[in-house]
Design a protein around this ligand. Structure first.
Ligand code: F6P
Length: 327
């Protein structure tokens, strides 16, 4: 087997959890062991580095987790990591543990920490995109997105039953603080009349007209999907605005953190396995300061800077198509 300067790596999950993170941890651990690397898990994201929370990981440590939601390594958002003095402490602690490189599974906020550890302290770092929001530039999909979409869709199918029985209008709020990827896919797949995404402001008048137009064609129940946007509970504000404009009495359902849990879909397990293993191969061959992403069916390496300097476009055509097809 070829040689590598890397002997010991650490794996962590950071930011909001996402179904499939465990499958990625499993893949990284087992790929690393197949290359005779020593592996430790950092418990609780970047705070775990600062608090010396490490756990040795062996083949059996990751047994029976491929199907489990959440993350066995725990996760957190670490405000201290915004301060350079704490990043210095973290780098010193990683070196003291003999860790040659880290794999960070998380969103773009988490990658910033990894990027700065590399830039300021030459810690080798590879990112694996894990967030239900699918809002990371440079990868077609992030781990957890497919599961979250299917979880939301399952709920919407149930809401449709009761909406149809009562001839009602429902507003269903899905996750996505800054991005409407979940809203767009769920809306199209769930046959929604209107989709509100943070990236595209949809005028209330237009939404009301869309519902009225559907009613004039004999449709007695309708579903509106909205991403939560900056404020969870936005669906109530929308219901009120629609009531004022049209007199329609919309029922509201907020799906919330339900979308972050549960067993990952096959697509998420495959994605997580490929990205988790790919991250180890990248570290092992000397790569650093980049994310392993998916472009079509191929793994790609995307520099961290490239991720921050670009914005992933939410496909507007899904939203428009949902509107046309819902009539
Ligand atoms: O994981 C991403 C995300 O689910 C966003 O869509 C959401 O706004 C946010 O996390 C909420 O996370 P938390 O409740 O953990 O702060």
């Amino acid at each position: 087997m070829a040689m590598s300067s890397i002997q010991k790596i650490a794996i962590m999950t950071s930011g909001g959890d996402a179904p499939g993170m465990n499958a990625a941890i499993r893949a990284s651990v087992r790929m690393a062991i197949s290359k005779n690397l020593e592996v430790v898990g950092i418990i609780g994201g970047y705070s775990g580095i600062l608090n010396d929370q490490y756990q040795p990981l062996q083949l059996r440590s990751v047994a029976n987790i491929i199907q489990r939601g959440g993350t066995i390594l725990k996760t957190a958002r670490c405000a201290e990591f915004f301060k350079p003095e704490f990043r210095k402490i973290a780098a010193d602690k990683l070196r003291a543990q003999g860790i040659d490189g880290i794999i960070c599974i998380g969103g773009d906020g988490s990658f910033r920490g990894a990027h700065l550890l590399h830039q300021e302290h030459s810690i080798k770092a590879i990112g694996v995109p894990g967030t239900i929001d699918n809002d990371i530039f440079g990868t077609d999909y992030t781990i957890g997105f497919d599961t979250a979409v299917n979880t939301a869709l399952d709920a919407i199918d149930r809401i449709r039953d009761t909406a149809a029985s009562h001839d009602r209008l429902f507003i269903v709020e899905v996750m996505g603080r800054n991005s409407g990827f979940i809203a767009a896919e769920v809306g199209l797949a769930g046959g929604a009349e209107v989709i509100f995404a943070p990236e595209y402001l949809f005028p209330i008048d237009q939404a009301v007209n869309q519902i009225k137009s559907a009613m004039s064609k004999g449709k007695m129940s309708s579903i509106i999907i909205t991403a939560e946007g900056q404020k969870s509970g936005r669906a109530y504000d929308l219901a009120e605005a629609i009531r004022k404009k049209s007199g329609f009495d919309a029922r509201v359902c907020i799906l919330g953190h339900v979308q972050r849990g549960g067993s990952p879909t096959a697509a998420d397990r495959v994605l997580a396995s490929r990205l988790g293993a790919g991250a180890v191969e990248a570290l092992w061959s000397g790569e650093t300061n980049c994310m392993i992403g998916m472009n079509g069916s191929k793994l790609v390496k995307v520099p961290f800077e490239f991720i921050y300097n670009n914005k992933k476009e939410n496909p507007r055509e899904l939203i428009d198509l949902a509107q046309i097809l819902s009539l």
